[in-house]
Ligand binder design. Structure first.
Ligand code: PLP
Length: 400
């Protein structure tokens, strides 16, 4: 890299989001990442074209194998997560499916956290039912439970940094440590935390996945995913699988994600500050029976969160309304600044009733085990003014 380009390694993560690694040019450099929308590249020699097929870092020739804009996104997220490389995909589920299909074959065993994102849970159930993979579910806080669940044929430990919707924080160092000693690779979905709040590779994870649709993109205008690798061999294996699966991200979606990421640090700071403020105010409201946010001292994982997420606890919180399901419906239909919508991590505040939407496939017993009560509301706190958000929440609470 010439002196003309800033060295990202000398910068803090907040600055790296604004100065992602870019391809070298002579004489001038673009301030924005160039969008290479074309999917095909021509070669001067036949040998160079053959060589381009060989790995995820080769010359560009066809977008399913690699694209300059997509590679800029991969470089930027790998840099923030502390990985050696990354594979961007068409969605978060694209990343998770590509990774799990690459790591698992018939007869293999997975140890996975009980409180996973519904799509991931459905994928594991499908792998179990139709592809002969067995799955053992564990909690996120007990390394001994993971130890007991491991088998000789265990090939993946699958975790999420912060669980949805009850915001339980996973003991990444403890659980990953057990898998590492047994030679089992760990995959961590870090969507809720973002690499600015937690970098699972620093805690021993082998692969980190994101729904870039959420905080990385940040503006509810792009669907994308990414897998980051601690080691180049895993990167190559998953890249090879991606060529067959074809969950390739469109360059414009990669470009939008990179554009969103330039303000990631500012947005995450604001999400964290407002969510903590809101969690405190909700805790004192008579219509609210309980608030789930790791930044609150009463949260069961508060101490762990202070160690694992020292710079903030994210923008998602949940709260139980004392009036149960009817109160939750009234609340989610009464907000005006916030919107009743799924997804999370964007600039807009969103509310959702998990028991009737994201978790509706669970039985009453499973809902209870997941801590998802009938009156539970999840809120993805946006970047609007905190007083406007509170005023909206307060008027909606008055209607329950
Ligand atoms: N992981 C988590 C934690 C999610 O919340 C989601 C989506 O809500 C996904 C993965 C899937 O991402 P996508 O919708 O981009 O496929």
């Amino acid at each position: 890299m010439s002196d003309f380009h800033v060295n990202p390694e000398a910068l803090r993560p907040e600055s790296r989001t604004v100065h992602p690694p870019l391809a070298e040019t002579t004489g001038s450099r673009p301030m924005g990442v160039p969008l290479h929308q074309g999917h095909l590249f021509a070669f001067e020699t036949a040998d160079a074209l053959v060589q381009a097929h060989e790995g995820p870092d080769g010359a560009f020739f066809y977008n399913r194998y690699g694209n300059p804009t997509v590679r800029s996104l991969e470089g930027a997220v790998a840099d923030l997560e502390g990985g050696t490389g990354a594979l961007a995909t068409a969605s978060g589920m694209g990343a998770i499916t590509t990774v799990l299909l690459a790591l698992l074959r018939t007869g293999d065993h997975v140890v996975a956290q009980r409180s996973l994102y519904g799509g991931t849970f459905a994928l594991l159930a499908d792998l179990a039912e139709r592809r002969g993979v067995t799955v053992t579910l564990v909690g996120g806080d007990d390394p001994a439970e993971v130890e007991a669940a491991l088998r000789p044929e265990t090939r993946v430990l699958y975790l999420e940094t912060v669980s949805n919707p009850t915001t339980r924080v996973t003991d990444l160092p403890g659980l990953i440590g057990v898998a590492k000693r047994a030679g089992v690779p760990s995959v961590v979905d870090n969507t809720f935390a973002t690499p600015l709040l937690c970098r699972p590779i620093e805690h021993g994870a082998d692969i980190v996945v994101h729904s870039a649709t959420k905080y990385l993109g940040g503006h509810s205008d792009v669907l994308a995913g990414i897998a980051v690798f601690a080691d180049p061999d895993l990167h190559r294996r998953v890249w090879q699988q991606s060529l067959e699966l074809g969950a390739t991200v469109d360059p414009f979606a990669a470009w939008l994600t990179l554009r969103g990421m330039q303000t990631l640090a500012l947005r995450v700071r604001r999400h964290c500050d407002t969510a903590l403020d809101l969690a405190g105010r909700l805790s004192g409201h008579p219509a609210v029976a309980a608030v789930h946010y790791p930044g609150l001292p009463a949260h069961p994982d508060h101490e762990l969160a202070r160690r694992l997420l020292p710079d903030g606890h994210g923008g998602v919180l949940a709260f139980d309304l004392a009036g149960g399901r009817e109160a939750a419906r009234a609340f989610t239909e009464s907000v005006r600044l916030a919107s009743l919508a799924p997804s999370l991590g964007g600039v807009h505040s969103l509310v959702l009733h998990p028991a009737s939407t994201s978790h509706r496939q669970l039985s009453d017993e499973e809902l209870a085990a997941a801590g998802v009560g009938a009156g539970l509301v999840r809120m993805s706190v946006g970047i609007e003014h905190p007083e406007d958000i509170w005023a909206d929440v307060e008027q909606a609470l008055a209607k329950v």
